[in-house]
Design a binder for this molecule. Structure first.
Ligand code: C5P
Length: 223
């Protein structure tokens, strides 16, 4: 049986990557974190002194760098031109600049082409903002995962504390998340929107295990 394409979209810090990774494991599917790809381009621009608002320069960079993934615990490992960037792409500086990079049409064109290639054989769980609407419009399973901004900030705050990452206050985290949601939802190319045929799941009051079970049940019905 050929594996399905599973698209999981939603706003920042809704738990997409944690859930997507566990669902992929359960079905023996590949997992692809598309946010990590936009983060990798952003990090490379910052490291090379390229202005993230210089669209032509960032687009050329996106075409030039090689983004790679390797399985890892607790997070998938990410590489840019062979150098590991797993932790570096989660910095506050990348958080603050990634929406600008992701709004550049030529950057999206390049990332979407790479993502379609990764997903072509099926058996994939891909998470992002535009997977169900643009990258894989024919995906057999589409989930739109949401949670309140307050709950998303709370989870991110706890995660930062657990990992010993320097963190701002809960209120500042929530403000940064809301700012990113707004930029992602209002941009002109592939904004964050729910695909018409996506199933909306609100995880505000659900555990990770409950969300994974719900999505798994939906996949089983579609197989
Ligand atoms: O998912 P994550 O929060 O890591 O994504 C980082 C940023 O990358 C998002 O805020 C968004 O601007 C961008 N992104 C995107 N399209 C995707 C995935 C991420 O525009 N498919």
């Amino acid at each position: 049986l050929k594996g399905l394409q599973v698209a999981i979209d939603g706003p920042a810090s809704a738990g997409k990557s944690t859930v997507a990774k566990q669902v992929a494991k359960r079905f023996g599917y590949i997992y692809c974190d598309t946010g990590a790809m936009y983060r990798s381009v952003t990090l490379a621009a910052l490291n090379q002194g390229i202005d993230v608002h210089d669209q032509a320069a960032v687009a050329a960079l996106a075409q030039r760098i090689k983004i790679g993934f390797e399985p890892g615990e607790p997070e998938q490992r990410v590489f840019v031109d062979g150098k590991e960037v797993t932790a570096a792409i989660r910095s506050n500086e990348v958080n603050a600049n990634v929406s600008a990079v992701a709004a550049i049409p030529a950057v999206r064109e390049e990332m979407v082409a790479q993502q379609r290639q990764i997903a072509a054989a099926g058996g994939i769980v891909m998470d992002g903002r535009d997977i169900g609407t643009t990258v894989l419009p024919n995906a057999q399973v589409k989930i739109f995962l949401v949670a309140s901004a307050h709950e998303r900030a709370r989870r991110r705050f706890e995660e930062n504390q657990r990992k010993g990452i320097a963190t701002t206050t809960l209120a500042e985290l929530q403000a940064a998340i809301e700012r990113r949601d707004k930029l992602d939802s209002e941009r002109s190319v592939s904004p964050l929107t729910q695909a018409q045929d996506a199933i909306r799941l609100d995880s505000t009051h659900l555990s990770i295990a409950q969300v994974v079970d719900e999505i798994s049940a939906i996949i089983k019905k579609s197989e």
